[in-house]
Design a protein around this ligand. Structure first.
Ligand code: AMP
Length: 143
């Protein structure tokens, strides 16, 4: 899907936001839902999904984007405190040619370690018990 087209209300993240599909939740409020990426590019890979129905960041309202970014920062800091990575990548992809695979806007928070290659985008599925433990640890730094 390129940058033109319509928002599909049945995309997988819209279903997660509506509670129709499960997720390993890290945080939620009226602006965003954050959960573990089930095909993580590194341990601790979190997705922050704004609730606004927009395909990508370029289509978000200024207000929703302005409200989402402090949440990305706060959750990024919780990942930093919980996992003490060497670095943290914050990524957001717009359109399939840019690598986007789910067409509801979201921000990736990906811990990085010195010398470790970034895992494949949407690669191998994580162990659900490990994801749940990571989510719990990260969430404990958001209290
Ligand atoms: P993007 O390619 O930027 O659209 O990112 C979509 C991300 O969603 C990828 O990193 C996938 O691993 C991840 N993903 C896909 N389905 C799910 C799901 N059901 N729960 C959690 N993460 C998912």
């Amino acid at each position: 899907m390129s940058l033109t087209g319509k928002y599909d209300p049945d995309n997988i993240f819209a279903k997660i936001l509506r509670g129709e599909l499960p997720c390993v939740k890290v945080y939620e409020d009226d602006i965003v839902l954050a959960f573990m990426d089930i095909f993580p590019q590194a341990p601790g890979h979190v997705l922050v999904v704004p609730r606004e129905a927009a395909r990508n960041a370029l289509e978000m309202s200024d207000d929703a984007l302005a409200a989402a970014m402090p949440r990305v920062k706060r959750i990024g800091n919780a990942v930093k405190a919980a996992l003490a990575p060497d670095g943290i990548m914050i990524a957001q992809l717009n359109g399939a040619p840019a690598g986007q695979t789910v067409f509801h806007v979201h921000f990736h928070i990906i811990p990085r370690s010195d010398g470790a290659q970034l895992g494949l985008h949407a690669g191998g599925k994580a162990d659900m018990d490990e994801l749940t433990a990571q989510a719990k640890t990260i969430a404990s730094f958001l209290d």
